[in-house]
Design a binder for this molecule. Structure first.
Ligand SMILES: C[S@@+](CC[C@H](N)C(=O)[O-])C[C@H]1O[C@@H](n2cnc3c(N)ncnc32)[C@H](O)[C@@H]1O
Length: 204
């Protein structure tokens, strides 16, 4: 695979810090203000991409597949996709559309990494913990649960399996141990998030 797409890349800096195979194009999709801010900070620090980095500034509510193709993405070739920290910012119908578009753009051999988080439940656990530790209002005073959708929606693993993807769910705890890393002591509420299968890798 020589093309990767980080959907809702945010401040993800993998395009700068991973040891990519030669000639790999990494497409970062996000809103212009986010990608511009990241670019300014990384330029200030003289960071150099370790791949052919291609920012794709587009709102995911618009025709992002067209923007991706214009940036050089080739749907005839397999791709590595990542969508982390995203699904709960989209209502269920937009999540379905996101998966449908990724499915359509994914040649055989493509892979998809997904983070599946719960909106208010997970944010409340994190917020309680941060407040306890720092005594301050977390997330800069913004209530992140208000940015998210708590609606009923398709289970991503089932959605993808129905389309023929081979899905491997895993927990952060299992992944951490696979890498030989130790898990720090954390309170039960956060520990629960580590133990549940909140991530998956799917192969087409
Ligand atoms: C919590 S951040 C996750 C960033 C990164 N994937 C990570 O895991 O660190 C969510 C990102 O989704 C982006 N996002 C949310 N809604 C979007 C939309 N409609 N179009 C494009 N990007 C969107 C935000 O701009 C933000 O950068």
């Amino acid at each position: 695979i020589r093309q990767a797409v980080i959907v809702a890349a945010g401040l993800d800096a993998r395009a700068y810090r991973l040891d990519w195979p030669a000639d790999t194009a990494v497409f970062e999709i996000d809103q212009s203000k986010v990608l511009e801010f990241k670019q300014v900070v990384l330029t200030e620090h003289h960071a150099q991409p370790t791949c052919d980095r291609r920012p794709v500034t587009v709102d995911l509510r618009e025709d992002w597949p067209a923007a991706l193709r214009s940036a050089g993405f080739d749907p005839e070739k397999p791709a590595a996709w990542s969508a982390e920290g995203l699904l709960r910012y989209l209502p269920g119908t937009a999540q379905d559309l996101l998966f449908a578009r990724i499915d359509e753009l994914s040649a055989p051999g493509s892979q998809l990494g997904l983070e599946v988080f719960m909106a208010s439940g997970d944010f409340n656990s994190i917020a309680d913990y941060e407040k306890q530790m720092t005594g301050q209002s977390p997330f800069g005073g913004v209530d992140p649960a208000e940015l998210c959708y708590d609606d009923e929606r398709a289970d991503p693993a089932s959605w993808l399996a129905d389309k023929g993807w081979v899905v491997h769910p895993f927990s952060l705890e299992a992944l951490t141990l696979t890498y030989g890393r130790t898990i720090p002591e954390i309170p039960d509420e956060l520990g629960g998030m580590m133990k549940q299968p909140r991530h998956l890798i799917a192969t087409r």
